[in-house]
Design a binder for this molecule. Sequence first.
Ligand SMILES: [Zn+2]
Length: 190
Amino acid sequence: MDLRSFFEYIGAGAGGAGKHDAISGTVRAMREQAQQTLKALELLEALRTSWNQPDPGKGTPYVFFVRDYTGDWLHGTEMRVTWCDAFFARGFVSDLDRAQEGVRSFPWEGFKKPTAVPLGDFREAKQEPCYVCRKLAYVVGKYWQSCDSPDGDTWSLELLLLCPDCLHVERIGRRSEGYRFGHLLKRPGR
Ligand SMILES: [Zn+2]
């Protein structure tokens, strides 16, 4: 419903408790939908700009597509990610020329030499059925320093299923460690 129609509906007539309960319900639903849209748009923007982070995940979540991943359920009911094959989709990357130069080095690989940003084709992005509408949704990784404390840092990875149809975002796996584990953001042996 557009807001003008909603205002006109609310303003018409005297109202009453039943009508106002319905209005409150509609406002709640519209707010939830707006929050879902915001969350999806934040991920979309991060997919365009994360390639340029000097220290991936420090201060700002590092968000990428994945070609594939593996995990286990040894430690609970939620999948613990063992690795994911992360990449940035060329069409999404906000400055492809610079990204292709691989201007960033990855701290977890030391300072030996700059490492090329892992770029890939959008068509390589892994898709799985959305938990809500069952249409194909994108698997998106989010890696960030979730706790920055003198008593010890925590680094976290979440795999999210982002549905471009209904905008539902479902967490399908995670991992947390007391150290940087960016080396797990690629397929073993590469
Ligand atoms: Zn969906």
